[in-house]
Design a protein around this ligand. Structure first.
Ligand code: MG
Length: 237
């Protein structure tokens, strides 16, 4: 900034201060931000610890994951689980705990996923000293965008995703008019910076959050994934 611009900016700030600006315009809504284990006051709680009544199978049957000790426990064979809640644009928070499966490697280690709109997978994987293809690592937008860094904690430790998602906009013929966008913090570290989300299997603008049961292939290893404190806040278009 030139000296002249800096001077003008300082004068404008001084003038605003002298006018004594009052809080007379529209104010942002007040939100209790919550804290550890507590969702913001305007959030939709998807799993709060007590029960899994907000979740179902693909066919709409009750979820086979179990609520236990404030956690949602999902074992191999339970199948993917879907929120009954549907969303478009949202801030989402998911905490997960991947088991240690030292006898496995790569994608066969503790593997799940948080699928936005039930189809765009943010990979949940034990990526602690467990190399795999980069766009399949923990925090990847699977098959599309590798995480910027590997911010994984050790298996058995609680980790978090904080997601900002803008859903794609669909054209009348079912193609994507505007791609979705994803920003993701893994354990508070930025790993996806406003990346485009390409549609596959057609364009959808709304859907559930899905948690993956990574099985359905030959001899899947037995995995016990744990989740807690899952919520979303709807965002405007
Ligand atoms: Mg996965």
């Amino acid at each position: 900034m030139t000296k002249k611009l800096a001077l003008l900016a300082a004068l404008a700030a001084a003038a605003a201060f002298a006018q004594g600006r009052k809080p007379d315009g529209p104010q942002p809504p007040v939100v209790d931000p919550g804290g550890a284990g507590r969702a913001p006051s305007d959030a939709v709680v998807l799993f709060g610890g007590a029960d899994v009544s907000g979740w179902e199978t693909r066919d709409g049957a009750p979820s086979k994951c179990e609520a236990s000790g404030g956690e949602m426990v999902c074992r191999t064979g339970a199948g993917h689980v879907y929120t009954k809640e549907r969303f478009r644009n949202a801030q989402l928070h998911v905490e997960f705990n991947v088991p240690l499966m030292a006898d496995q490697s790569g994608q066969r280690r503790g593997n799940s996923g948080a699928y936005l709109l039930g189809r765009y997978e943010i990979q949940i994987l034990d990526s602690w000293e467990n190399p795999t293809y980069a766009d399949g690592a923990c925090g990847a937008l699977y098959g599309q965008s590798a995480p910027l860094v590997n911010a994984s904690r050790k298996p058995g430790e609680w980790q978090s995703f904080d997601i900002v998602f803008h859903a794609p906009k669909c054209a009348a013929d079912g193609s994507v008019a505007t791609p979705g966008r994803l920003t993701l913090f893994h354990n508070g570290v930025l790993v996806q910076d406003n990346v485009p989300v390409s549609a596959k299997r057609g364009c959808v603008e709304e859907g559930p959050l899905m948690l993956q049961d990574h099985s359905g292939f030959k001899n899947p290893p037995k995995t016990e994934m744990r989740f807690r404190n899952i919520w979303l806040r709807r965002l405007p278009d």
